[in-house]
Design a protein around this ligand. Structure first.
Ligand code: AHR
Length: 535
């Protein structure tokens, strides 16, 4: 049996844990909005057509923040066509996803839905076809109290109080050659635009925070120089940079899936280094924070890939002008158009994605926002009729509930493994991945409440680990609960009829003596250790 040891001490403080770390990302693709969030024909639909079962499911899960309304979609979305009486709204085309956008879910509905699920709305503005005026007007409409055209219009449209949106994303993936009005070829141009837009938005509402795009994926040829050039222009006027990455593994290759944690670590470290270089260059007092607002580790069927480019593709790869393309109408009551994404149905995927959550906690001093893609389904699995708790409901909601206070560095001694290079498709080509840790951890310490919560993912699919955890430095603490959810090898998923097939269950296997825990970590497992200060 392999051995893993973790040492924790209250002086190993990384930083304050942001309440926005375990959020979700929402975009009207397939049935994510039309069908899941919104279906006026659903038996639980409310007066706005929102599904009540989804609202309740997300409330129960405690999703803290949602980045909306996209995604690539937003770069062509005219928010002004989506407000006011529904019968007067315009139906537009979404060029990013080849769909009709009827705008029955519009700007106000997105924000009011967020209010209903009790989550903070984090809003992405259109910097593709949108301009500086749109940016000023949207902040005025959304956040200004009244006595201007746009704020009075919000009041007329039924929302007297300002929405108070705090976090604003300055476009989506503006480097991506696929993006409408991409700045792939002009990082300086986007940097200047982001700077100017951020300025006018903050002139309108000085309490807001803004997020600039950097490379939307570490596979792109221009990464990370695009990012450097953007930051040169807007370092002082924005508060966060937006990172996106989707880690993919061939179906069934657990080692490759779990290795996502190394890819995210490299990406985050690179962006921190770049930001700090800018800070020094400008002799600035401002420290750039990180928003990892689209992420997921998921299985994908490998396609034929052209080796040799190592995933660093020329922009022309992304242009697809297909004369046979048909724009899709999404009927919210018919999910056949593409069901909700189920990226994370089984325990293996839940553990792989939870390990990204732990990584964000280990960077808690810099990573302040996290949004899981398919985040609604990670928190609340659903189909046309029902919602239920999948395995990732438990990891996400426990992280949200228990990761509070300060993040403490878990010094982790564990074996590592190697993943041979592999390709999923032309873009997703991985070089060898070295030194992937089997066991990763994070710890949250709330000194005032006398609570220490330690989260441990064991990615090892072959062996259990003899596990020791030394918390002697905390003094007089007792172990009050040890929760474990482990893979049973079946790859079965929870369903509406069986929501606890996989769920963390309290176990009494661990011994805790003189500040040291001894137990065994099951293969592919999610483990939570809750300690409280002895009274
Ligand atoms: O989640 C799907 C897409 O992935 C989003 O629209 C975009 O931001 C990213 O490339």
């Amino acid at each position: 049996m392999k051995k893993t040891k973790i040492t924790l001490h209250p002086s190993y403080v990384i930083g304050d844990i942001s309440p926005r770390l375990f959020g979700a990302f929402l975009e009207p693709i397939g049935s994510m909005v039309n069908g899941t969030m919104y279906n006026p024909k659903h038996p639980t639909a409310d007066e706005q057509g929102f599904r009540g079962d989804v609202i309740e499911g997300l409330k129960k899960a405690g999703v803290p923040a949602v980045r909306m309304p996209g995604g690539n979609f937003v770069s062509g979305w005219r928010w002004k066509d989506s407000i006011g009486p529904k019968e007067q709204r315009k139906q537009n085309l979404d060029l990013a996803w080849g769909q009709f956008i009827p705008n029955d879910v519009g700007h106000d509905e997105y924000l009011q839905w967020a209010e209903k699920i009790g989550a903070e709305a984090m809003y992405t503005i259109n910097l593709g076809t949108g301009d500086l005026n749109d940016a000023i007007d949207i902040v005025e409409y959304t956040n200004f109290p009244g006595e201007t055209y746009w704020s009075d219009l919000r009041i007329k449209n039924g929302h007297k109080d300002p929405y108070g949106v705090k976090v604003w994303y300055l476009g989506n993936e503006m480097d991506g050659p696929w993006q409408i009005a991409s700045y792939d070829k002009d990082p300086r141009g986007y940097g200047i635009l982001a700077h100017e837009v951020s300025k006018v938005m903050k002139f309108t509402d000085p309490s807001i925070e803004t997020v600039a795009c950097v490379s939307s994926c570490p596979f792109l040829t221009h990464y990370p120089d695009w990012d450097r050039q953007v930051l040169e222009q807007c370092y002082e006027s924005v508060d966060y940079i937006s990172l996106h990455h989707y880690h993919s593994a061939p179906v069934g290759d657990i080692g490759a899936l779990m290795a996502g944690v190394n890819a995210y670590e490299d990406y985050i470290n690179t962006e921190i280094a770049l930001s700090d270089y800018m800070k020094t260059m400008y002799r600035s007092k401002h420290t750039m924070m990180i928003s990892l607002d689209e992420y997921a580790s998921s299985w994908r069927e490998p396609k034929k890939a052209s080796w040799g480019l190592n995933g660093r593709l020329p922009a022309s790869t992304f242009y697809q002008f297909d004369p046979s393309k048909k724009f899709i109408h999404h009927d919210p009551d018919n999910m056949a158009a593409g069901g909700p994404p189920m990226l994370t149905g089984e325990v293996v995927s839940a553990v792989a994605n939870a390990s990204i959550g732990l990584l964000m906690l280990r960077h808690a001093d810099r990573v302040k926002i996290g949004c899981a893609t398919g985040g609604l389904s990670m928190y609340c699995a659903s189909n046309h009729d029902y919602v239920w708790k999948g395995a990732s409901y438990y990891t996400m909601s426990e992280l949200h509930e228990l990761a509070k206070g300060k993040s403490i560095l878990p010094v982790t001694e564990t074996d590592t493994y190697h993943v041979d290079s592999y390709a999923i498709d032309d873009q997703n080509q991985y070089a060898d991945i070295d030194n992937v840790p089997y066991v990763t951890a994070a710890a949250a310490y709330d000194e005032d409440k006398g609570e220490l919560n330690v989260f441990v993912c064991n990615a090892d699919w072959e062996e259990e680990h003899e596990f020791t955890m030394d918390i002697r430095g905390f003094g007089d603490y007792k172990l009050v609960e040890n929760l474990v959810m482990a893979d049973d090898g079946s790859m079965e998923r929870n369903s509406h009829d069986n929501q606890t097939l996989h769920c963390p269950r309290p176990v009494n296997d661990a011994t805790f003596e003189n500040g040291i825990v001894h137990t065994v970590l099951h293969k592919i497992s999610w483990n939570v250790f809750r300690f409280e200060k002895a009274k």
